[in-house]
Ligand binder design. Structure first.
Ligand code: SF4
Length: 320
């Protein structure tokens, strides 16, 4: 029995072979950086989460060719691919430009889906409909929406530049046309505690998101968070605390919610803390979370569930 519904297992069942995500970094920016929504970006933002090995100066075609070549070298030719639009805000552009990019990505042999990372306040209806036009042709499209926390005060504290309502709105509109939603969450944001992490998982459970990314907060140099960290105003979670909270969240999330990520990886010296957020320790962190569930005799979706809580809430006398 698998305790966690990982993306790799979901995708193998769905497509019958191993599926790899091919990340691309394109010359996008973000409305929370360029001034249209905010300036300075999220407190933890470091290069819009661009992987070290990718450069937006290299054409998307070359990035995909190289990604596919490397994946085949490692895993053999029996592979399918998702093109993963990873860094910055990949729906923030002219619709004709977005169409050109998405369709070029879909033109590669073996590509069965798109995975588009963005902000919940940056998915106008025309983008949702464009993405839905691909699902109508049998392509699987995941819309990756950054929520990070279901606590509005936290979102203000970290300068997200959007609230919870934009996230709910984007989820409902995207689900209505058959896009799959993967929600990003961060555990251990400044000022947050156990109840916040659980509440975030409860919101995602109620909204029936199709997938989730959970990772611990990590501090990168040249960020607002780095300043707080060096001034002693903030400390990331220890590995033990992160493992506990990630397991708690998994218990609350439904069994069929696909887990796309359970930790974060960065490289020193740009990574200031914690030291378990490295490529080398990725598997150790995931194994520790699985071990924690095993120790509890629990699995993803084994928790109390959210719907029951909501029912209790609405039955409270005088509850509004
Ligand atoms: S939304 Fe993403 S790219 Fe934009 S500032 Fe925040 S972390 Fe950076």
């Amino acid at each position: 029995m698998t305790l966690i519904r990982f993306f790799r297992d979901y995708a193998r069942e769905r497509f019958g072979v191993r599926v790899r995500k091919i990340p691309v970094a394109l010359p996008f920016t973000c409305p929370n950086i360029d001034g249209s929504k905010g300036r300075g970006g999220c407190a933890y933002c470091y290069r819009g989460a661009r992987p070290d090995h990718l450069s937006p100066r290299v054409s998307m075609r070359e990035q995909i060719e190289e990604g596919i070549r490397r994946a085949r070298e490692r895993y053999g030719r029996e592979l399918k691919f998702f093109i993963y639009f990873q860094s910055y805000t990949n729906t923030y552009g002219d619709i004709a430009y977005l169409r050109e990019l998405y369709e070029e990505a879909l033109s590669f042999e073996g590509v069965v889906g798109l995975d588009v990372g963005t902000r919940p306040d940056c998915v106008p209806q025309e983008v949702i409909e464009l993405l839905a036009s691909y699902t109508a042709k049998g392509v699987e499209v995941w819309l990756e929406l950054g929520l990070q926390s279901a606590n509005y005060e936290t979102l203000k504290r970290i300068n997200r530049g959007h609230g919870i309502s934009e996230f709910v709105d984007a989820v409902l509109r995207a689900k209505e046309v058959g896009l799959k939603i993967c929600a990003h969450t961060i555990v251990g944001l400044p000022g947050e505690g156990e109840e916040d992490f659980l509440e975030t998982a409860r919101l995602l459970s109620v909204l029936k998101v199709d997938g989730v990314k959970i990772h611990p907060i990590y501090v990168m140099r040249n960020t607002q968070l780095a300043k707080m960290y060096t001034r002693g105003e903030f400390a990331p979670l220890t590995l033990g605390r992160y493992v506990k909270y990630a397991a708690d969240m998994l218990e609350v999330l439904p069994q069929d919610c696909v887990v796309h990520r359970l930790t974060a990886e960065a490289k020193k010296p740009a990574l200031l803390a914690p030291d378990y957020c490295t490529y080398e320790r990725k598997l150790e962190v995931i194994a520790a979370i699985e071990e924690e569930l095993k120790r509890r005799g629990k699995r993803q979706g084994a928790g109390e569930g959210t719907i029951r809580n909501l029912k209790e809430l609405v039955q409270e006398p005088g509850g509004a």
